[in-house]
Write a protein that binds this ligand. Structure first.
Ligand SMILES: *Cc1c(COP(=O)(O)O)cnc(C)c1O
Length: 417
């Protein structure tokens, strides 16, 4: 990046600092990952210079000889990786992709059913502060208090009572397998469109480590930058022609203008990587790592929502450890262990100071870490959290930070120099 360093040394220095930070920390944020050098290279290209409103073969600007090929490749690869008939690779990110689903199938004021935010749903599934909760009529399901899991009987009761036009399944803090078939049968019974939001688990679905929603959901929405390990972006997929047309119209001209072609190219690269045998190994290792970490934390007295994990994600209720999620996450960050504080189901504390933290294994798996390292990370987390709860953590944080640096230096992160 020699041009950047001479044109804007301030930003160049900050990017370098962020690169060092990403390299030196154990990143346990469940929604993040490390993209490959190839994906990074595709994002930083002249494709950012081109306007291409519309779709391949039907654009509103000339000069699409190359862009059409890139977008078509991305679409073909998405169709092959996920086994769908249609894919739209233009949504700018997961939230606008979900808004396009509303635009395609609902009128303002129509009823949408999704998982409540405090239970693990996403803002865009009809939460009150989101446009989707303000402009539509949201109905929310949660999890059972005794199991920490979704109760499909409750979902069905709510659906029969409120007759939503659209049902979302999937979320941002769900440690368990989504029963797409069960949701589909409820959606059919009430005549709703079922949208499976696989933003978090797309990489696991692509790698065969989580059941696929294909054949069950009418619409599949996903980000491309979480377990799928692509650039920041999103896709909408469908099997029926009718739904695909509605989604395409909703994305453009319904909500967006020109697609971000550099992102489209990088999505195509990520999908190419996701089609390789090594990606299946990665996806299954993500799950094995999460199970090993969950096991270690359980044995150390941590309270795991739903008792464990089936996927890449673990939600911890820190109440038994005598500390809130925020001070714990802050202390862990100072020790080089990056997490986010999170509400837990039926949380008695406030969203800005909740009871839990959310962790995940995609990033550490992308660095090549395995179950042995997960057990070590679980031990460090316990040491830091226990020390902070006792109010005397400085020495522990310093020592763990040092040990974390030794570990990260042995596992260079993809894409970083
Ligand atoms: C991350 C996420 C989104 C939103 O993605 P952004 O790219 O942050 O807008 C939507 N739905 C779910 C379930 C997510 O986890």
């Amino acid at each position: 990046m020699s041009s950047l360093a001479s044109v804007d040394p301030q930003i160049a220095e900050l990017i370098k600092a962020e690169e060092r930070r990403q390299s030196d920390t154990v990143k346990l944020i469940a929604s993040e990952n490390y993209v490959s050098k190839a994906v990074l290279e595709a994002t930083g290209t002249v494709l950012t210079n081109k306007y291409s409103e519309g779709y391949a073969g039907k654009r509103y600007y000339e000069g699409q000889q190359v862009i059409d090929q890139i977008e078509s490749l991305a679409i073909e690869r998405a169709k092959a990786v996920f086994g769908v008939n249609h894919a739209n690779v233009q949504p700018y990110s997961g939230s606008p992709a979900n808004l396009a689903v509303y635009m395609a199938f609902l009128q303002p004021g129509d009823t949408v059913m999704g998982m409540g935010l405090p239970f693990g749903g996403h803002l865009t599934h009809g939460w009150s502060v989101s446009a989707t909760g303000k402009w539509f009529n949201p109905v929310r399901y949660g999890v059972r208090k005794d199991t920490g899991r979704i109760d499909l009987d409750e979902v069905r009761q709510l659906a029969l009572e409120h007759r939503p036009k659209l049902i979302f399944c999937g979320g941002t803090a769900i440690p368990r397998t989504i029963d797409f078939e069960g949701f589909a049968s409820i959606a059919r019974e009430v005549g709703a469109v079922l949208a499976a939001d696989i933003a978090h688990i797309a990489g696991l679905v692509a790698g065969g480590a989580h059941p696929s929603p294909v054949g069950h959901a009418d619409v599949i929405s996903t980000t491309t930058h979480k377990t799928l390990r692509g650039p920041r972006g999103a896709m909408l997929m469908a099997t029926s022609d009718e739904h695909a047309t509605a989604l395409n119209k909703a994305v453009f001209p319904g909500l967006q203008g020109g697609p971000h072609n550099h992102t489209t190219a990088a999505i195509a690269v990520a999908l190419h990587e996701a089609a390789q045998p090594a990606f299946r190994d990665y996806a299954h290792q993500v799950v094995r790592n999460a199970k090993a970490l969950a096991d270690e934390l359980s044995s150390r007295g941590f309270d795991l929502v739903s008792g464990g994990t089936d996927n890449h994600l673990i939600l911890l209720d820190l109440t038994p450890k005598g500390i809130g999620g925020k001070p714990a996450a802050q202390a862990l960050d100072r020790a080089g262990l990056e997490t986010n504080y999170n509400t837990v189901p039926f949380d008695t504390r406030k969203p800005f100071d909740p009871s839990g933290i959310r962790i995940g294994t995609p990033s550490v798996t992308s660095r090549g870490m395995g179950e042995t390292e997960m057990r070590q990370i679980g031990a460090w987390m316990d040491e830091v959290v226990t020390a902070v709860a006792k109010g005397d953590a400085e020495d522990v944080i310093r020592r763990v930070h040092h040990e974390v640096s030794e570990l990260t230096s042995q596992f260079p992160a993809p894409g970083l120099s």
